[in-house]
Design a protein around this ligand. Structure first.
Ligand SMILES: C[S@@+](CC[C@H](N)C(=O)[O-])C[C@H]1O[C@@H](n2cnc3c(N)ncnc32)[C@H](O)[C@@H]1O
Length: 191
């Protein structure tokens, strides 16, 4: 494992789980980098559900998937991730959230605490035994700070008998670096 930043740590934690995954979720498709990562690292018969509210994000994600020949297993959904249960019946093996705004897009259009927490509630309800959720949060700006606190509070309240909830952050980086949160559902396989 290479210690680099919250995003690469998320991917490294997910990697093992993906090799046998059937159903995975990218809760924030953005430019499609994470959707492609999920598609490229899951079996051919896995299904990747990618959500975003912005059409530009889904267009960018579709372009990236097409470039890599990965469109077949991906469903791109223009809807709020809090409505994940309307599309995915579960069990979900792995899910990723990369919060904030789309790089290169409208910086005023960001994820919001209320819908992020609602989505986390739905996804943890649908999470498979041994399943994992990663959330990269950006506490360095106003709305992001509030959202980061809401995410941390959500994880802290998860029942210890059912879930592992953890956080990872860089300690020697300036300007409030992103924080990685990890949720694992306890079961036969430890996370
Ligand atoms: C930081 S970007 C995601 C980056 C992306 N994972 C990638 O690999 O390029 C965050 C994305 O979340 C989307 N978003 C904001 N609120 C959302 C919501 N309620 N439901 C789904 N997506 C949302 C934004 O439109 C934006 O594209």
């Amino acid at each position: 494992m290479t210690i680099a930043n919250a995003l690469s740590m998320a991917r490294q934690l997910l990697q093992d789980k993906l090799s046998a995954a059937r159903t995975v979720v990218d809760a924030t498709a953005g430019n499609g980098r994470d959707t492609l990562f999920l598609a490229a690292n899951t079996p051919a018969d896995a299904v990747v559900w990618a959500f975003d509210l912005q059409q530009e994000a889904l267009d960018a994600t579709a372009r990236r998937l097409t470039e890599h020949g990965m469109t077949g297993k991906c469903h791109l959904i223009r809807d709020c991730h809090s409505r994940v249960a309307d599309y995915v019946t579960g069990p979900i093996d792995a899910a990723m959230f990369n919060l904030g705004y789309r790089p290169g897009g409208d910086h005023g259009f960001t994820t919001r605490a209320e819908t992020t927490v609602a989505a986390l509630g739905s996804i943890t309800s649908l999470l498979a035994t041994g399943g994992i959720v990663t959330i990269v949060a950006y506490p360095g700006h106003g709305a992001g700070e509030q959202e980061n606190t809401a995410v941390a509070d959500f994880l802290a309240a998860l029942p210890q008998a059912v879930f592992t909830a953890a956080a990872w952050r860089m300690l020697n980086q300036r300007n409030r670096p992103p924080i990685l949160y990890i949720i694992g559902k306890k079961g036969s396989e430890s996370v």
